[in-house]
Ligand binder design. Structure first.
Ligand code: NI
Length: 192
């Protein structure tokens, strides 16, 4: 297990579509090691998620976890450690919510991205078992953000208003209080 270097915006690997993982590949030592490394790297960087593209591997694997209070996203509801392999996301309705997002591969920048509020996520776990789960509220944004990475898409591609991009410092100073209030109201209404 190891913490790997996270590649940043401009690296071609962030713009490529990651490949489906076969059952044989998933059971192999290198891919299981990659999954361990994704978890270690996400935790070391206080991320809420990390996709394989972000450590330079074009496989459809991402990890997601929000523990207690996340240093980067203190308002996010907890998400147990989830390894998603070959994920597919299906919106359950048309409702959108504007989420203030950041990304370990886009250091220092935050922006507002419209995300579906309710989605079904189908994926395999690291043992190959199939899952189909419904996710709501802010949690769906995390899943959509990571699956976007596997499709070569960054959150900055989806911001509605590029003039509203901020540094983390200015998010704290000007936007965080209002965003947290909206986010807590959403989670109270729809769950996570
Ligand atoms: Ni990201």
């Amino acid at each position: 297990m190891a913490v790997r270097e996270i590649v940043t915006v401009g690296a071609p690997v962030l713009r490529e579509r990651a490949r489906e993982v076969t059952t044989t590949q998933l059971g192999s030592a290198p891919v299981q090691e990659l999954i361990d490394d994704l978890i270690d790297t996400m935790r070391a960087a206080s991320g809420a998620g990390l996709a394989a593209n972000q450590v330079g591997e074009l496989l459809r694997i991402a990890v997601i976890e929000v523990r207690g209070t996340n240093a980067r996203y203190p308002y996010k509801p907890p998400i147990p450690l989830t390894v998603i392999v070959n994920p597919a996301i299906e919106p359950l309705d048309d409702e959108l919510f504007e989420i203030n997002e950041g990304c370990l591969s886009v250091p220092g920048v935050r922006g507002v991205v419209p995300r579906n509020v309710r989605v079904r996520v189908r994926y395999r776990d690291r043992d190959g078992a199939e899952h189909s789960v419904v996710r709501r509220g802010l949690t769906t944004g995390t899943f959509q953000h990571e699956v976007d990475h596997l499709d070569g898409v960054l959150f900055t591609d989806r911001v509605g208003d590029p003039s509203a991009l901020t540094s983390w410092e200015h998010f704290e100073r000007h936007d965080r209080a209002a965003f947290e209030a909206r986010a807590r109201a959403l989670v109270a209404r729809v769950g996570s």
